[in-house]
Design a binder for this molecule. Structure first.
Ligand code: SAH
Ligand code: DHB
Ligand code: MG
Length: 222
């Protein structure tokens, strides 16, 4: 079972059953990915990695746009990074940003075991400091999955970083249902809702949300 089986999106039993069906039909993890989840559990990491079907969605989308240069914001143990790294050509590159050294270390060890050490670089530090140093217009995909309070700022950075036709992807677009109703003290919900308003009205993107896992926002850069 993946992290996505802890259903807290408030979407009800019919959608839950369909999500489970999709996971069973399509989203098969290999042993390395299930071992990574077990190791995260053993080390008391937060079990907030994407569910397998979201990992698979990322993989399919990277292949669809022929991605060669990808940025991930929020590595955790490298679970989504392995799904994405496996979608890249041998000379492709995934740069994944992580502020917790302990998370970065586990990710590096599993990425090496996945044979992706030449493709994926885990860079340590706060995303707000690392993103501005990256080259404008040079990236095919930017995947957001770190602190939800930062999503509006990360959106602005993604707009600068992506090439025309590049993809912005963002996990937790539904914020476990909290986008439907929030109070002003729920900063994550306030900022994710603001992120959606900005993305949906931005001339830089044509965007939508797909209801996989906790919702994934997808925007194509103009
Ligand atoms: N993408 C991962 C899950 C990421 S969980 C997967 O699906 O496997 C969110 C991660 O973002 C955590 O590891 C957390 O430490 C990191 N994070 C939170 N705020 C951050 C920030 N400001 N800069 C960089 N990383 C951050
Ligand atoms: C949670 C889930 C996520 O996918 C994430 O990126 C951050 C937090 C959560 O369930 O709390
Ligand atoms: Mg997430």
């Amino acid at each position: 079972m993946s992290g996505g089986s802890q259903r807290r999106d408030g979407a009800g039993p019919a959608r839950d059953a369909l999500e489970e069906w999709a996971e069973e039909r399509y989203a098969h993890e290999d042993e390395l990915l299930s071992e990574l989840r077990a190791e995260m559990e053993r080390l008391d990491f937060p079990l907030i990695q994407v569910p397998a079907r979201t990992g698979l969605l990322l993989h399919v989308l990277l292949r669809a746009v022929g991605a060669r240069r990808v940025i991930e914001v929020g590595t955790l143990g490298g679970y989504s990074a392995i799904w994405m790294g496996r979608a890249l050509p041998a000379d492709g590159r995934l740069l994944t940003l992580e502020k917790e050294p302990k998370h970065a270390a586990l990710a590096r060890s599993f990425l090496a075991r996945a044979g992706l050490e030449g493709v994926v670089e885990v860079r340590e530090g706060p995303a707000s400091q690392l993103l501005p140093a990256l080259e404008s217009g040079a990236w095919d995909v930017v995947f957001l999955d770190a602190d939800k309070e930062g999503y509006p700022d990360y959106l602005a950075e993604a707009s600068r970083l992506l090439r025309p036709g590049g993809l912005l992807l963002a996990d937790n677009a539904y914020l476990h249902g909290r986008v439907l109703s929030w109070t002003p003290d729920d900063r994550a919900a306030v900022e994710v809702d603001r992120f959606h308003t900005l993305l949906a009205s931005s001339p830089d993107f044509t965007a939508t949300v797909v209801p996989t896992g906790d919702g994934v926002a997808i925007g194509v850069r103009s």
